[in-house]
Design a protein around this ligand. Structure first.
Ligand code: ATP
Ligand code: MG
Length: 185
């Protein structure tokens, strides 16, 4: 159960599945698609819908309204300049069975953004993934074996915002909706 409305007396508490992410605009989505054509032609996987591709910053999981407000305050207070991310690398992780693209050079600005978010979010009483953060954009799921060639034509991404996304699982697949966004200075 991923979304839940529970009436408690007069109070309505809403639990939603949320995450913070870098969210490409439409033009960039199209470019990513073009630049990873060879990679995507790899058989034996399920491509992520183009409208869904993103880079997760922090996965929050099921969050109630109070926790959400806390996370939004954390995001409001973030001081982070815009930065450029060059997606120039592809990879395959065998355990989650995903094919992804990412940046061979991760800007310190991105690491600081994630570290600041994590620190604030932990103070909201939310548990975060304890594994080291690895920025990546999943292109395909259920990929059992790495393609013979992991090539991607580099994509330059001028990152000037981050977003809060609501994730809902529907019979036809997962649906993401941007709930809020914050600009980077
Ligand atoms: P589905 O789970 O329905 O197959 P999904 O994985 O795309 O779809 P979510 O599970 O809501 O959707 O995850 C949203 C994003 O957060 C995805 O990028 C996912 O890889 C990432 N994510 C999910 N769980 C975690 C976790 N425990 N730690 C870090 N990132 C996570
Ligand atoms: Mg998932």
């Amino acid at each position: 159960m991923l979304s839940d409305n529970t009436e408690t007396g007069n109070e309505k508490s809403t639990v939603q599945r949320l995450f913070l992410a870098l969210w490409p605009d439409e033009e960039l989505r199209q470019q990513i698609k073009r630049h990873s054509k060879v990679l995507l032609s790899h058989g034996g996987g399920r491509p992520v819908a183009l409208e869904n591709i993103h880079i997760t910053l922090a996965f929050l999981g099921n969050v109630d309204a109070t926790q959400q407000a806390c996370v939004e305050q954390v995001a409001d207070r973030i001081q982070c300049p815009a930065f450029r991310l060059t997606l120039d690398q592809a990879g395959h992780w065998s355990r989650p069975r995903v094919l992804w693209i990412g940046a061979s050079e991760i800007p310190d600005t991105l690491l600081k953004l994630v570290a600041d978010l994590y620190k604030g979010i932990r103070n909201c009483g939310l548990e975060l993934d304890s594994r080291p953060y690895r920025a990546h954009l999943t292109l395909m799921r259920k990929v059992n074996r790495a393609p013979a060639e992991l090539n991607v034509q580099p994509v330059d991404w001028q990152v000037n915002r981050f977003v809060l996304v609501r994730s809902t699982t529907l019979p036809e697949g997962v649906k993401y909706e941007v709930a809020k966004e914050w600009g980077l200075s």
